[in-house]
Design a protein around this ligand. Structure first.
Ligand code: ADP
Length: 642
């Protein structure tokens, strides 16, 4: 399970402590920002280069169009005022009179049309790229998850990264990219309007830019406050997510209904929102107030400049269209500067989230072949040897497995017994190389298993874990998943189901083997009972033509008859294979070739049932306690349990 609540995000660069550290601090932040931005551009490029090229083209056109529009309007006004000056009154000759400026209307038409077409195309490409880029990123994430070590899932910070990457993979990258293109097109527009304005006076653009600084500053200041507030209060937002997700979680639904937890969670959700919203409301209101005050100054400044433009038109013999051109340029520059500031803040904030994805994608697997020339195990009979194997989970210093020595041979049935938490599943995870031992080594046919290609090594195993998968596919596919490398064969699926004691209930399902085993996607789906799922998972393990068969607590959800059946089939199927049966129920251990008793990570006893009963040690105690529970008859004098 991921930690709750996970830690908040940061760009990981420590704040400068001395004044002279500020330049390098700023350099690192800007560099980090650009690296993340480039990463997003790469993601879009890798999805489809034409998407990026089209977005760039639209950005250029959208940047230049406003200036073109302002010029056309100003020329039109000039033309019209000229015609007014000529004093035409005869409307019958209107066409002839208007002819000199008709081309301007054609240009105006082309401009307006182009603007709409570009806006439409741009939003179309943005929607398309949103879906395509999201899909590309989701595929990258799930492809990557194939290579991630099992051990990575034990690290809370990794899990948090994965969760965030998954969540942020949706529209965030494309929003950042479109915001970036908005910035670029706003820049193009600003520069072109500054060029236009400078023909009037070099001071005009400077004044208008200076006038927009306070507003921009307030914007930047409040974006920053907003981001920091969000970061500080991400706990409340995650709490809200947690409560709403819990309320709609299928696995929790039964308990929430019966315990009447619904109102409690709704109340907790509302409380979290109240705490989160109170501060945010204050920030939004304050920013609004400041911006209103500043806009008064900006408008005042603009009006003064408008007056100046009017003055130059009248006294410097300029044309009336110039008034619209220059005043348009003045208002546009102010507007674009604001866009530049807000969009940059949005991009900066957005790129911080992308950090999670970058770190997740950079995760390096450690379960790889130790030599460049990875070996492939030869299929058939094997000997598996554990030599002084110890192990502690990542992030812990406690040995869960301690100095285990063990030999397992094909044709021998090993039963691994021990109390809950003794380390049985962990030992299986080491044997299957989901983890590498922290000390000691495991040999397959005399060769360290780290020398084998991990995929080829994993292919030796037919296995079910205690927490086996319940896949939302048909019953047939649930069994086929035991060996997807093999051509699907229905006769073998049926045989595996029979061996796992699952054939009968599958036949009785509405569509037999083709019945979908969930109601999540299909109306005709079926929900199985715990015992039925367990039988199906045993069938999945039996379906694999494996060299090593491992059943880890495969009978926990089964009734006594079904349990005996699994023991019987296990015995039959273990011929010629290394077979390990993990159980804390000992009835199946009686005729095993070797019983391994695990206690607090150490092997305390090894032997056959008779040998261990004779020894009157831990196994004797466990067995006699269980047997007396079933029969009510005590077995001799058992040593004291702790
Ligand atoms: P068993 O299968 O015998 O019940 P396990 O092998 O599952 O025992 O667990 C052995 C010990 O290792 C337990 O104390 C358990 O808490 C700990 N453990 C199991 N999985 C992890 C993990 N992923 N990270 C840290 N500790 C773990």
């Amino acid at each position: 399970m991921p930690p709750f609540p996970p830690k908040p995000l940061s760009d990981g660069i420590p704040k400068p402590k001395r004044l002279r550290d500020i330049p390098s601090y700023m350099y690192k932040r800007v560099r980090g920002f650009l690296v993340r931005l480039f990463y997003i551009v790469r993601l879009v490029w890798d999805t489809a280069p034409w998407l990026l090229m089209l977005l760039a083209l639209f950005c250029l056109v959208e940047g230049l169009l406003p200036v073109a529009g302002a010029y056309i309007t100003s020329e039109l006004l000039n033309g019209i005022s000229h015609l007014i000056g000529e004093g035409h009154t005869e409307s019958a000759q209107a066409f002839a009179v208007l002819r000199p400026i008709l081309y301007l209307f054609v240009l105006e038409f082309l401009y307006l049309f182009l603007r709409r077409v570009v806006a439409r195309l741009s939003s179309m490409v943005t929607s398309l790229s949103g879906e395509m880029v999201t899909n590309h990123i989701k595929v990258l994430i799930i492809e990557k998850s194939k290579t991630v070590d099992q051990a990575s899932f034990d690290r809370p910070e990794f899990y948090e990264k994965l969760e965030n990457a998954n969540r942020e993979a949706s529209m965030r990258p494309i929003h950042i990219l479109t915001a970036t293109f908005n910035v670029i097109s706003a820049l193009i527009s600003v520069i072109s309007f500054i060029v236009v304005l400078s023909t009037l006076s070099i001071f005009a653009p400077i004044i208008v830019i200076l006038a927009s600084i306070p507003g921009a500053f307030i914007n930047y200041y409040y974006r920053n406050r907003n981001f920091r507030y969000m970061r500080r209060h991400s706990k409340e937002r995650r709490e809200m997510n947690y409560y709403s997700n819990t309320m709609v979680n299928k696995d929790y639904a039964k308990e929430i209904k019966l315990l009447g937890l619904g109102d409690t969670f709704v109340a907790k959700y509302k409380q979290a929102f109240k705490r989160y919203f109170a501060g945010l409301k204050r920030i939004i209101l304050r920013e609004g107030l400041w911006q209103t005050l500043v806009s008064f100054l900006v408008v005042l400044c603009n009006c003064a400049l408008f007056l100046y433009v009017a003055y130059t038109i009248v006294f410097e013999n300029r044309q009336i269209g110039d008034y619209s051109l220059y005043t348009g340029a003045l208002t546009s520059i102010a507007g674009y500067v604001t866009t530049l500031v807000t969009a940059t803040a949005t991009i900066y904030e957005g790129t911080l989230f992308i950090d999670n994805m970058m770190q997740y994608m950079a995760e390096k697997p450690t379960i790889v072949a130790s030599t460049e020339q990875a070996r492939t195990p030869v299929r058939g009979e094997h000997t598996l040897t554990l030599e002084h194997v110890s192990f502690c989970y990542p992030g812990s210093e406690l040995d869960v497995i301690h100095d285990v020595n063990l030999t397992l041979r094909s044709g021998e049935r090993t039963v691994l017994v021990g109390l809950n938490g003794a380390g049985k599943t962990t030992l299986i995870k080491l044997i299957t190389r989901l983890y590498d031992p922290t000390e000691g080594r495991i040999l397959l046919d005399g060769v360290d298993i780290r020398s084998y290609d991990p995929e080829a090594y994993h292919d030796l195993f037919g296995i079910i874990f205690q927490d086996y998968g319940k896949y939302a596919v048909t019953a047939r596919e649930n069994i086929l998943f035991g060996d997807v490398r093999r051509e699907p064969n229905d006769a073998q699926v049926r045989e595996a189901a029979q061996n796992g004691n699952a054939d009968q209930f599958i036949e009785e399902l509405p569509s037999g083997y083709e019945t979908p085993l969930t109601r999540m996607f299909e109306d005709d789906g079926i929900e199985l009972s715990g015992g039925q799922w367990q039988k199906l998972s045993v069938a999945r393990a039996f379906y694999k033509d494996s060299d090593i068969l491992i059943l880890d607590e495969p009978t926990a959800a089964l009734d006594a008859l079904a349990e005996m059946e699994v023991f019987r089939q296990f015995k039959k199927l273990s011929d010629g294979r290394i077979s390990i049966f993990v159980s804390h129920r000992l009835s199946g251990a009686v005729d095993a070739d070797q019983i391994v008793v695990l206690e607090k990570g150490c092997v305390s006893e090894i032997g056959t049932h008779d040998e261990l009963m004779e020894r009157r040690g831990r196994y004797f105690l466990l067995f006699s306690t269980q047997a007396s529970r079933y029969t009510g008859v005590a077995y001799g004098d058992a040593p004291d349990a702790e």
